[in-house]
Ligand binder design. Structure first.
Ligand code: CP3
Length: 345
């Protein structure tokens, strides 16, 4: 078992800096596209043999130090009772967006074992095959609420903020239901074998710091507090985190994932030495010539070294479908080599 990633997550000494890549299983891999030719995306998420297969692909192809469960943050939203579709053009579409008390009341808090058994089956299958740790995950409440209130993706989150500001009872009721769902969902993932879990707060960065403290952070804190007794470290990723780091520091997470718009050295100084830091190469930097990418990787490794409780290398957000797989391979090699991994030649 390669446990370098878990050691770094616990703040222990490691022989080199571990790396995994957000969205590492996906369309930039021809092996993924081949599997997707035969099935639609939701069927792939709900078929444990296939979901496990695509989770393993980046581990075998890139040599990353951790695997992530193949699923989507909207799977528990569907289990709460919303109709979910993925359109090639528009991404996720949720019908009857939650903007009223009546629709909020129709939502349920699902039982993960009964309503999403395929997720736990995928985790068990993966654990029987993996030689690296497995990351489970969930969307964080604010990010899930944006999809549920907007009915899909959004540019300015007008509906979300309208409910937030004008109908606070509905907003907080929704956030509570989502938080209850996330707690039992992540607990089930950990009990099925996930070594750690990551909360994705992809859209929290659209909030002002004051609003983040009221409308997003308290729910994240409750989730983390309630999961502590499970014993698995928790990673909290916030996209657009720069203005929120002082507050994110109080989340209780073991590791904080940061995007690329902030200097990792500065972020580490704000977060302090009690937290492991994860990040933060610009996903588009994978398009640079290798020598220039190398400088950027080195810069991140240098700035993070000693600045936090530990460092896990990652991109600042998900890898894009347009990235050549060779460049992703180069990144993994560079991180390993530059941080001291002895390479067999
Ligand atoms: O490799 C992994 O990281 C594990 C799998 C994973 C997926 N989605 C697979 C996926 C994870 C961790 C997610 C999380 C997710 N899903 C987030 C949070 C992370 C982030 O990127 O900010 C969000 C916001 C979603 C919602 C979502 N799912 C959108 C907006 C889209 C459409 C856009 C797109 O990238 O296609 C998806 C679809 C999706 N989720 C795909 C994959 C591989 C593409 C589906 C396909 O095969 O066509």
């Amino acid at each position: 078992m390669n446990d370098t990633f878990l050691k770094a997550l616990r703040g222990e000494e490691t022989p080199y800096t571990p790396i995994w890549i957000m969205r590492q299983a996906g369309r930039y891999l021809k092996e993924y596209r081949e599997v997707r030719e035969g099935v639609d995306f939701l069927t792939l998420c709900k078929t444990p043999e296939l979901a496990a297969k695509v989770s393993l692909q980046p581990v075998d192809i890139l040599g990353v130090d951790a695997a992530i469960l193949f699923s989507d943050i909207l799977i528990p939203v569907e289990a709460m009772g919303m109709k979910l579709e993925f359109s090639e053009k528009h991404g996720p579409v949720l019908s009857e967006p939650i903007r009223s008390r009546a629709l909020l009341e129709k939502l349920t808090v699902p039982d993960p074992e009964d309503d999403m058994p395929f997720v736990m089956e995928t985790i068990k299958l993966l654990k029987s095959q993996l030689k690296v740790p497995l990351i489970g995950f969930s969307g964080a409440p604010f990010t899930l609420a944006t999809y549920m209130i907007e009915g899909g993706g959004s540019k300015n989150f007008l509906f979300t903020k309208r409910v937030m500001y004008q109908n606070h009872g509905v907003f907080s009721g929704l956030m509570e239901k989502i938080s209850d769902t996330v707690i039992s969902y992540l607990r089930a993932q950990i009990r099925a074998g996930a070594d750690t879990v990551q909360l994705f707060d992809t859209w929290a960065g659209v909030l002002s710091p004051d609003d983040y403290r009221v409308f997003a952070l308290p729910y994240v804190k409750r989730i983390i507090k309630e999961l502590k007794s499970e014993g698995a470290p928790i990673i909290y990723f916030v996209n657009g985190c720069a203005g929120l780091l002082k507050d994110i520091k109080t989340s209780g997470a073991d590791a904080i994932g940061i995007d690329w718009r902030v200097d990792i050295g500065e972020a580490a100084r704000t977060l302090g030495k009690k937290t492991v830091i994860q990040g933060n190469l610009d996903p588009c930097a994978l398009l640079l010539p290798r020598e220039i990418m190398k400088e950027k990787v080195k810069d991140i490794l240098d700035k993070a070294r000693g600045a936090a409780k530990g460092h896990i290398f990652n991109l600042g957000h998900g890898i894009l479908p347009e990235i050549p797989v060779e460049n992703a391979k180069s990144l993994v090699e560079l991180v390993h080599e530059l941080s001291g991994k002895a390479i067999a030649r």
